[in-house]
Ligand binder design. Structure first.
Ligand code: NAD
Length: 262
């Protein structure tokens, strides 16, 4: 049985992953802004530093895996774009950089980062924007996002945060520090999954209309526990040869938008 760190553990898909791992007999260290072993606000450098340290202390320097599910959606608000970049990008990469030695210590660790099918379905996000996020130049990224229009800025920030984190995963997965240390670093890209994050978006009539009009060939919304099953598979021995992949589980939307574009 292994020891896993799971962020975003208090709700939705993170909570479903925790339930599955614990029922399989694993030890899970949960991280969230509420109701967790490690309570920390991943939108601040202090919170991210405390979360990283506390998990390392509790796991005694060895992690068999990590699931980075903490994230916030594109709700309205002038501060929202910055918050999205902090939680959805830095809340993943700051923790993973700190935990990398503990993951390497396990010899065959698996990491699953929550991306999104917004990476391929939200238009107009330039490479310069996502590269600025990866370079931690958030001011530049936010300036570029706001050029696309204040009203849609949270949606563009959300898509940009998920593209940036996916590029970060693929760039790092194949390096000596990650693959070379036996760490399998991958991401899952869900479509619309019925969790509190999606329910918050559905509560706004204009957003609900947009979400319901979005092409999902299979139809309907995804189930959080189905996604948790994909994640636990990606953490299992069956995923030993999976490295740097972004796994889309989205009812077919990504294929619908870019059937031949890959
Ligand atoms: P959710 O809202 O149910 O859960 C997100 C969790 O993150 C919550 O427990 C919340 O407390 C935590 N969190 C938010 N801000 C935090 C902060 N500052 N510090 C610490 N914890 C914080 O959402 P979900 O739908 O289960 O989303 C999980 C992941 O999947 C997210 O990264 C989300 O972007 C991604 N995703 C969701 C969907 C969807 O349709 N639900 C689709 C694609 C991707």
């Amino acid at each position: 049985m292994g020891t896993y760190a799971v962020t975003g553990s208090a709700s939705g898909m993170g909570a479903a992953v925790v339930d599955r791992l614990r029922s399989d007999g694993h030890t899970v260290l949960t991280v969230d802004i509420k109701d967790a072993d490690v309570v920390a606000d991943l939108s601040t450098p202090t919170g991210r530093g405390a979360a990283a340290r506390e998990v390392l202390e509790r796991c005694e320097g060895r992690l068999d895996g990590a699931v980075l599910a903490a994230g916030i959606g594109p709700a309205p608000g002038a501060d929202r774009p910055q918050l999205i970049l902090e939680v959805n990008f830095l809340g993943v990469v700051d923790l993973l950089e700190a935990w990398r030695p503990a993951l390497a210590a396990a010899g065959n660790a698996k990491v699953v980062v929550f991306s999104s099918n917004s990476t391929t379905t939200v238009p107009l996000i330039a490479r310069a924007t996502t590269d600025a996020i990866i370079d931690r130049d958030m001011e530049k990224a936010l300036r570029r996002i706001r050029l696309l229009g204040a009203k849609m800025a949270p949606s563009f920030a959300y898509g940009a945060s998920k593209i940036a984190v996916s590029h970060w995963v693929r760039r790092h997965a194949v390096t000596r520090e990650w693959a070379g240390a036996g760490i399998r670093l991958n991401a899952i890209a869900p479509g619309a999954i019925l969790t509190p994050l999606l329910q918050q978006q559905l509560a706004t009539p204009a957003e609900a209309k947009r979400i319901k009009a979005f092409p999902v060939p299979i139809g309907g919304f995804g189930d959080p526990d189905h996604l948790a099953r994909w994640v636990t598979f990606m953490l299992s021995d069956a995923a030993d040869f999976l490295c740097g992949s972004i796994i889309f589980v989205d009812g077919g939307s990504d294929a619908w938008f870019r059937a031949s574009d890959w």
